[in-house]
Design a protein around this ligand. Structure first.
Ligand SMILES: [Zn+2]
Length: 104
């Protein structure tokens, strides 16, 4: 796939570096913006507070995606850092993952 080739040509950790840098600005203490649980910088996901506007993450490589987030952040688009279960809440209701965490 073309997308994989693009990623292979980049330094492997580049998008991870950029992602961590942005997440640590959005949530310096590694807390989820919604449930306020500590998940850590490396596991937080970037979310659009007002919903994504005009692009689909699946069409972009990981590096393109994080660059897009940075561009939006610098253009004052509201972003926040969420844990995986809060970010995927539309698929997997957050009450359920909250219960799963309790029992874990
Ligand atoms: Zn959360």
């Amino acid at each position: 796939m073309i997308q994989l080739d693009i990623e292979r040509d980049c330094k492997p950790a580049r998008h991870i570096e950029l992602r961590r840098a942005l997440v640590s600005i959005l949530s310096p203490n590694g807390l989820c913006a919604k449930c306020r649980e500590y998940v850590g910088i490396g596991k937080l996901e970037i979310d659009h507070v007002k919903g994504r506007t005009n692009w689909q993450p699946r069409e972009l490589s990981k590096l393109q995606r994080i660059k897009r987030y940075w561009t939006e952040y610098l253009a004052d688009v509201s972003l926040r850092a969420l844990c995986r279960s809060c970010n995927g809440g539309h698929l997997n209701n957050s009450w359920r993952s909250r219960d799963e965490r309790k029992s874990a």
